[in-house]
Design a protein around this ligand. Structure first.
Ligand SMILES: [Zn+2]
Length: 433
């Protein structure tokens, strides 16, 4: 995933501390570093770690796959997910984030943008930190009445700023300005939050237009569609990562490109929630015109599987099929979206996203001993994207630390969390009938 996208056969990656120090054929590296520990058996495929640009680490995990699919998305979110979110204790949040992070790293995800409905950020940071994943993290932010953790704009902004102070840039878990978004933020909050992110040099993310409803309410309130309105307020810019942005008109796509905002596309969530992705998405056009597009997996009741490779194959497939164009995007584009594309979308393209000397050692080794790789095809990327997914992940490193070894989480023992996860799920479901 460097600029020339070369594939090194019989290769290896040398790392020291948290960084990549050499990429070469294995024998050359072995000769240069005779005492180095070797990870992998020489038959695997090494890729950069995957970037999940939109994931709720709390709320849905403990009740994963409990919300029915035969209800509409607004009911699923506001009738089910939000009340359960609001009932989370700090202990729930920490366990939830730990379980979500284990699921992520075991599928090769080394960096996650938390989607911002977190009540206890310090507990979520502890859960992520125990697993050892890289993440950006925000705190629940919306200024509407009658909702959990709703507050006036000034108070929400003060909370967000405190969060940035508590988790400064440069750490493995760093603070981002994170709003719920949709039509659940006043202009004062949207402008204040964007300015805060600009001033502090961090990213900002919020939800917009996964469905047609946001455009309806923005038009009623402002006379403009969402991105048109936000652009006129000065909110948009390269520091902005929009979650979803599926239902955009042509003017909004042009504005997104003009202001260089990034978009996190979560294709499984749109299909799971029946949000009209196939009929309305312009993510292929956005990408083709140079837009910074990333992949996300959203939440465990809206996409369910925390697997960026699976999302990449789906997105590329949807774009190819809706354009009836086999030349539009390929497996190589899916891998790029999952790695360097995602890294650039979240402003970390010079730190992670490719296997290059000097970058952080965020790496995935896929096993090729499974049936999906037997026999090996002629193009490892094509086989990885179309035939496999996170199931082939064997080893994962984040900043040089091994967090998955032989297909198991090496930092936290999942087996020790099962009973507690079950009892916390039962308590949350019983509390909400
Ligand atoms: Zn979301």
């Amino acid at each position: 995933m460097n600029d020339v996208r070369n594939v090194v056969r019989d290769g290896g990656v040398a790392i020291a501390g948290d960084r990549i120090v050499a990429v070469d054929d294995f024998e050359t590296l072995r000769a240069a570093h005779p005492a180095a520990e070797v990870i992998g058996d020489g038959t695997g495929i090494v890729t950069p770690g995957y970037v999940n640009a939109h994931q709720h680490l709390t709320g849905d995990r403990l009740i994963q796959s409990c919300i029915p699919d035969a209800i509409d998305s607004q009911e699923a979110i506001f009738g089910w997910a939000v009340p359960v979110h609001s009932a989370h204790t700090g202990d729930d949040d920490e366990l939830s984030a730990m379980l979500g992070s284990i699921a992520a790293v075991m599928n090769g995800i080394t960096c996650t943008v938390e989607a911002g409905t977190v009540a206890h950020p310090e507990r979520v940071a502890a859960g992520i930190g125990a697993v050892g994943m890289r993440a950006t993290l925000g705190q629940w932010g919306w200024d509407v009445d009658g909702v959990p953790f709703g507050a006036p704009a000034a108070e929400v902004l003060a909370r967000q700023e405190a969060q940035l102070d508590a988790m400064p840039a440069g750490g493995l878990v760093e603070g981002w300005v994170t709003l719920v978004g949709h039509d659940l933020m006043t202009d004062e909050l949207a402008v204040g939050a964007s300015d805060l992110a600009r001033r502090r040099g961090v990213g900002i993310t919020f939800h917009i237009s996964p469905h047609a409803g946001d455009a309806v309410s923005y038009l009623a309130r402002t006379g403009k569609r969402p991105l048109d309105h936000l652009a006129s307020l000065g909110v948009l810019g390269p520091h902005v990562l929009l979650a979803h942005a599926v239902h955009l008109d042509q003017v909004e796509v042009d504005l997104a490109l003009e202001h260089d905002v990034a978009i996190a596309s979560c294709p499984w969530a749109y299909l799971r929630l029946a949000q009209g992705f196939l009929m309305n998405q312009r993510h292929g056009e956005f990408l083709a015109r140079g837009g910074r597009l990333a992949l996300g997996c959203d939440a465990e009741n809206a996409g369910d599987a925390v697997d960026v490779l699976r999302a990449g194959a789906l997105l590329v497939g949807v774009v190819r099929d809706s354009a009836s164009d086999p030349y539009s995007l390929t497996a190589h584009d899916a891998l790029a979206l999952a790695t360097i594309g995602g890294a650039r979308a979240i402003g970390k393209g010079d730190v992670i996203g490719s296997i290059e000397v000097g970058k952080q050692a965020d790496l995935v080794v896929h096993s090729t001993r499974g049936p999906q790789f037997t026999p090996r095809g002629t193009d490892p990327v094509r086989q990885l994207v179309w035939a496999s997914d996170g199931r082939s992940v064997e080893h994962v490193l984040v900043a040089g630390r091994q967090v998955v070894r032989d297909g198991r989480c090496a930092t936290v023992d999942l087996d020790l969390l099962r009973d507690e996860a079950r009892s916390r799920r039962d308590r949350l479901l019983e509390a909400h009938g």
